[in-house]
Design a protein around this ligand. Structure first.
Ligand SMILES: O=C(O)CCC(=O)C(=O)O
Ligand SMILES: [Fe+2]
Length: 287
């Protein structure tokens, strides 16, 4: 074993042991990044220079940019298309705040089809370990999932409650059921958001219908343990200029909390693919 090999992103190698993701060479043209994320599920390109305007243009080049206008104008604290994940100290804000986020797929609570999530580090200072974005190869994790863990997912629905009303403005007030799988024609995969741990201010909650809260919590803890197994997980520690694009249909993602004195300002865009685009290497969930 070569001890100089960095355990995470090494150019040309997968980002997870299960084979998901790729770090592209610095000179990769931005026009090649879309195909890379379709082929590999996640792509990382470093030392990219965007301002708000050029980032928006880039997002628009990848698919149909998701924009929360008209009926949804108030979704996500009133942002329209580019969300600023600025690590705000405002205690009321969870998603754009400083705490950890459990593994989830984007669009689940709002019922939006999100194919790609585009994250760009506009400004990162004083960070070494924390504030990582974590990405799980959910298709690999599903294939290896023990039967008892699968069962509540195979039952078809979990129940969710959205707390962060400033972000999730257009969803039901109480608990409501959401399907555990989704298939927008490209990839069939888990449609899932795990619960927040007891310490953190929660943006949402989730439970297994028909189970006691203890039994539900125990199942989620076991599920989280499986999904966060090293083999399926890539933790991205941010540096200014990093562009990380995630195929939301093949992965789940979350965030480790930010340390008090750190600065982490990301821009986030989301796109939907109108036409079905094949994702080579993506295997269908076997259900
Ligand atoms: O801040 C992050 O790393 C991820 C945020 C996130 O999951 C989201 O904006 O949907
Ligand atoms: Fe997210």
């Amino acid at each position: 074993m070569n001890s100089s090999v960095h355990p995470h992103a090494v150019r040309g190698r997968p980002l997870t042991a299960s084979g998901l993701g790729i770090e592209l060479p610095d000179d990769t043209p931005l026009t090649a990044v879309r195909q890379a994320v379709l082929d590999h599920g996640v792509s990382l390109l470093r030392n990219v220079h965007f301002d708000d305007h050029s980032f928006r243009r880039f997002v628009e080049s990848l698919g149909d940019k998701i924009s929360y206008t008209d009926d949804n104008a108030q979704v996500g604290y009133g942002f329209a298309d580019i969300l600023k994940l600025d690590g705000t100290h405002d205690q009321e804000k969870v998603i754009t705040g400083r705490g950890s986020l459990p593994l989830h797929t984007d669009g689940i609570l709002l019922g939006t089809q999100v194919d790609l999530i585009i994250l760009y580090a506009a400004e990162v200072r004083d960070i070494d370990e924390d504030g990582a974005t974590v990405v799980c190869d959910q298709l690999a994790a599903w294939q290896d999932m023990p039967e008892p863990l699968r069962q509540p997912l195979l039952d078809g629905k979990l129940e969710y409650l959205a707390f962060e009303r400033g972000y999730f403005t257009s969803v039901p007030e109480g608990w409501y059921p959401i399907s555990t799988f989704r298939d927008y024609g490209r990839v069939r995969s888990l449609n899932l958001a795990l619960p927040f741990d007891g310490q953190a201010k929660a943006s949402w909650d989730v439970r297994v219908p028909g189970l006691t809260s203890e039994a539900s919590a125990a199942w989620f803890a076991a599920l989280e343990q499986h999904l966060t197994t090293d083999a399926y997980l890539y933790s991205h520690r941010w540096r200014t200029g990093d562009l990380l694009i995630i195929d939301n249909q093949r992965t789940l993602h979350g965030r480790r909390g930010l340390q008090p004195q750190t600065c982490r300002k990301l821009l986030r865009g989301q796109v939907t693919f109108e036409a079905i685009t094949s994702a080579p290497g993506a295997t269908l969930a076997s259900v």
